[in-house]
Design a protein around this ligand. Structure first.
Ligand code: NAP
Length: 244
């Protein structure tokens, strides 16, 4: 059985991706930063009910040493690492003039350095296997920028460069690396936006609606599938036509 790791998967887009990959037949390594994220949450039971294995690995993916240890535990437990979805992400929004150094550094560490950490250690396992799929969660903020999100858009733009670099470095080992760039998807992360921010976004979306977590999970499922075996280094925007 093939194994998929999804970071930040206790809820939101990560949980939807985990459930979808379980339906596709992958054993699932869930991750989040604290046990508390899984309390009152039946994602593990939902995945196991599909007949695949599912374990939770608590780890702050911005911490290099913790990631090294966690990836090694996952390899020990599941034997192979076939898909890595770098999904964990946070926002600490604020206009540039008021953004603190701490707000900037925290977002870069969790959103961007985590991709380095996870890809380095899970990628090493994939290189030995000579196969693997890496899928990174970027954002339309990384493609086009967004006022109040200098930290977040920097991290999400960096992920695009990292995706292309990994595609070039690891392609000859049978490993693909792609990014998805969601637009406005209804999750706890976007629930924090004000009504005015939400309304302004809606006006810019060709489809005049927000996306769902399942619409992100479907594209990730495709990128993890055999059908995407010759797709690498790409960024797929999933935004209902936000950028046109
Ligand atoms: P979410 O609901 O906030 O879920 C993100 C998960 O990651 C949370 O459970 C969070 O835990 C966890 N996490 C945070 N820091 C972590 C760390 N250091 N180590 C491990 N896990 C950590 O967010 P989402 O909306 O599903 O977003 C998922 C991804 O999609 C993110 O990368 C986001 O940037 C990207 N994205 C989302 C949208 C959107 O519209 N929602 C649009 C574009 C891109 P805590 O709650 O404890 O922080």
């Amino acid at each position: 059985m093939a194994t998929a790791i999804i970071t930040g998967s206790a809820r939101g887009i990560g949980a939807a991706i985990a459930l979808r990959l379980a339906k596709d037949g992958f054993d699932i390594a869930l991750n989040d930063v604290s046990e508390a994220m899984f309390e009152g949450n039946d994602i593990v039971e939902q995945i196991r009910a599909l007949g695949v294995q599912c374990e939770v690995f608590i780890c702050d993916v911005s911490n290099h040493d913790s990631v090294k240890e966690t990836v090694s535990e996952i390899k020990e437990r599941f034997k192979t690492i076939d898909v890595l979805v770098n999904n964990a992400g946070i926002t600490r929004d604020g206009l540039l003039a008021r953004m603190s150094e701490e707000q900037y550094d925290t977002v870069i560490a969790v959103n961007q350095k985590s991709v380095f950490n996870m890809t380095k250690f899970a990628g090493a396992v994939m290189m030995r296997q000579r196969s693997g799929r890496i899928i990174n969660l970027s954002s339309v903020a990384g493609l086009y920028g967004n006022p109040g999100q200098m930290n977040y858009s920097a991290s999400k733009a960096a992920i695009i460069g990292m995706t292309k670099t990994v595609a070039k470095e690891l392609g000859s080992r049978g490993i693909t690396c792609n990014a998805v760039a969601p637009g406005f998807i209804k999750t706890p992360m976007t629930d924090k936006l004000t009504d005015a921010q939400r309304e302004a976004m809606l006006n810019l979306i060709a489809m005049k609606r927000y996306g769902t977590v399942d619409e992100i999970a479907g594209v990730v499922s495709f990128l993890a599938s055999e059908d995407a075996s010759y797709v690498t280094g790409q960024v797929i925007e999933i935004s209902g036509g936000l950028s046109m």
